[in-house]
Design a protein around this ligand. Structure first.
Ligand SMILES: Nc1ncnc2c1ncn2[C@@H]1O[C@H](COP(=O)(O)OP(=O)(O)OP(=O)(O)O)[C@@H](O)[C@H]1O
Length: 248
């Protein structure tokens, strides 16, 4: 695959903290429109990799390109978010005292215009966009409820919806199903598969049942580099992966 066809292109990336190499010559390529699952034991470097992509951590060496041509090492976190990389952290950070719909209105407006966003009348395209997002995140029937009254899983979906409102090209999703019920976990796999029809997605997750439901290519990280990559069946049959998981 040539670099121009990629949404994410990491090559030879390393970063050390106080002499400890958290990311070690990491190379990872994601095609435009692809969804990828990232697995790996604790300390494998998954969070640090996301920090590098979003500009929170600068790599010591290596190339990090977005959308084929944008050198992410030359941009800061705010720029990178504006350019279309949305990140969802593990813990949901929705506005509990606002309704589901208002959370999406706020997200559509962006961070600098909270009050005008809540008090101005929604334009027609905005309303349609909100309807569309509510359908994607399975919360149409909850639109007028306060976010505080949602289940943990539904709050995660709302936050994914808030990311979608910013219209990112690439979504980074960190452990979305931690703490969810089995039914919510399965629905989350379907929801992300729907989203991946129109977005590129990177999902970091420990829950193998969920990763199987995602049914996408898997990358297993270990000690800051790629240990194994391929289908979940291929990766989970890889002797090196088995040793790393059993050895922890
Ligand atoms: N700011 C930092 N300073 C020092 N060490 C760090 C820093 N950030 C990460 N590390 C170390 O780098 C290694 C990789 O950490 P990272 O959090 O990226 O792993 P992870 O795969 O996300 O793990 P987990 O599954 O537990 O979240 C760990 O050994 C961690 O202690």
């Amino acid at each position: 695959m040539s670099k121009v066809d990629t949404i994410l292109y990491l090559d030879g990336v390393s970063v050390s903290f106080d002499g400890f190499r958290a990311i070690n010559n990491l190379s990872l390529v994601l095609a435009k429109g692809e969804m990828r699952a990232i697995i790996g034991p604790n300390g494998a470097g998954k969070t640090t990799m996301m920090d590098i992509i979003t500009g929170k951590t600068r790599p010591d060496t290596g190339e990090v390109f977005f959308n084929g041509t944008i050198d992410l090492t030359q941009h800061d976190e705010a720029d990178i978010a504006m350019m279309g990389i949305g990140r969802k952290f593990q813990k949901p950070t929705v506005f509990e005292s606002h309704t589901v719909e208002d959370n999406l209105v706020l997200a559509l407006a962006g961070p600098r215009s909270i009050f005008p966003a809540l008090f101005h009348k929604k334009t027609r395209p905005e309303g349609e966009r909100i309807d569309e997002i509510l359908a994607t995140i399975r919360l149409e029937k909850r639109r007028h409820d306060h976010a505080a009254n949602l289940s943990h899983g539904q709050k995660q979906w709302l936050e994914i919806g808030m990311l979608l409102a910013q219209d990112p090209k690439l979504l980074l999703v960190d452990e979305p199903v931690a703490g969810m019920t089995d039914a919510e976990t399965e629905e989350t796999a379907r929801l992300l598969r729907d989203i991946s029809k129109t977005h590129s997605v990177v999902v970091v997750e420990h829950d193998m049942h969920f990763v199987r439901e995602l049914d996408v290519r898997v990358t297993c990280l270990h000690e800051g580099s790629v240990l194994s990559e391929g289908t979940l069946d291929h990766v989970s049959a890889d002797q090196r992966v088995i040793e790393v998981y059993l050895g922890r």
